[in-house]
Design a binder for this molecule. Structure first.
Ligand code: NCD
Length: 305
């Protein structure tokens, strides 16, 4: 039995197969409509979510399966003091696969250890968000046609943004990938990512503060929200909020075939005027999230279609 805690839990070859499966699902949805008949997905969300939880549920429903779960810790037995480990152990009696999001780093891993069913990390604190990474990889593959030979700009809250941490870890495995890390000093990527992921793999990267200084070089611009809920005080958050706003004027500096991505939710870091630019891909990215989660559920449940 396999769980998904980090994007590195899949080899590059396995990721290729998963993305190819997601592509086939997009093209031939009817073929998969009953692949998970009789199966149940549990979504255990101890933190707010729109896309991740609903795209998981949509994915299971589109495979013919069913869903159950909770969307806030207060409505689960966590409110009575039950451990994540016990909750997931019990949920393994009710479902065939489980996606868990938790504000504490490592909680899904702890939950997986006594689970009888595959557990998927749907985001753990400021740490990892592997299924967003699968979504991002599929988006890049479909839009750029490749996952190698790319310069990726990551902009915003690189310190607390878990989608950024998972995406960097996943992309360093492809050839000729380089990064431009665009953040204020206070929100730089954590040192473990710089040292153990980028430096350890000899990946070229630079760190800049101004988005304007990076735009012209990028094949992909990955915008992120300032992670308000992970700040220690409101004042600090307010100082950082509004640091980056991608607008049509900044888009003029970019290549014609650059793509803009964002895991969403957007607050104010991309002006709505950018939405009609052909290079804006964030809503399609959310759509790809459903196909890739369908592919992931099939893979972890070992369902052959
Ligand atoms: C992201 C997350 O939860 O980390 N959202 C998502 O799952 N698409 C990004 C964010 O909340 O900023």
């Amino acid at each position: 039995m396999r769980h998904l805690m980090s994007p590195l839990d899949f080899s590059v070859k396995e990721l290729d197969s998963l993305l190819a499966l997601a592509d086939d699902i997009e093209k031939n949805p009817a073929k998969y409509a009953h692949a998970c008949d009789g199966k149940i997905l549990a979504t255990c969300f101890y933190e707010p979510s729109t896309r991740t939880r609903l795209s998981f549920e949509s994915a299971m429903l589109r495979l013919g399966g069913q869903v159950l779960g909770f969307s806030e810790a207060g409505s689960s037995s966590a409110a009575k003091g039950e451990s994540v480990s016990d909750t997931i152990r019990v949920i393994s009696c009710y479902a065939d696969i489980c996606a868990i999001r938790h504000p504490k780093e490592g909680a899904p891993l702890v939950g997986s250890q006594k689970s009888l069913i595959p557990v998927i990390n749907a985001g753990d604190g400021g740490h990892q968000h592997p299924t967003q990474t699968l979504t991002d990889l599929l988006t890049i593959k479909q839009k750029k046609g490749r996952l190698d030979h790319l310069t990726i700009g990551l902009c915003g809250d690189l310190k607390f943004g878990r989608t950024v941490h998972s995406l960097i870890e996943a992309l360093v495995r492809y050839e000729d990938v380089s990064f431009v890390l665009i953040s204020p000093e206070e929100l730089r990527v954590p040192s473990y990512i710089r040292e153990e992921v980028l430096d350890a793999n000899n990946i070229p990267y630079k760190e800049v503060e101004r988005l304007e200084d990076a735009m012209a070089d990028l094949d992909i611009l990955y915008m992120t929200r300032i992670q308000k809920e992970r700040f220690f005080n409101e004042e600090e958050y307010l100082r950082m909020k509004g640091f980056y706003i991608l607008d049509p004027k900044k888009m003029e500096l970019a290549k014609d075939d650059m793509i803009v991505m964002h895991p969403l939710p957007r607050v104010n870091e991309i002006s709505v005027e950018v939405d009609t630019d052909d290079r804006a891909n964030y809503f399609e990215q959310a759509q790809y999230g459903v196909y890739v989660r369908m592919a992931l559920i099939l893979t972890l449940l070992e369902v052959q279609v």
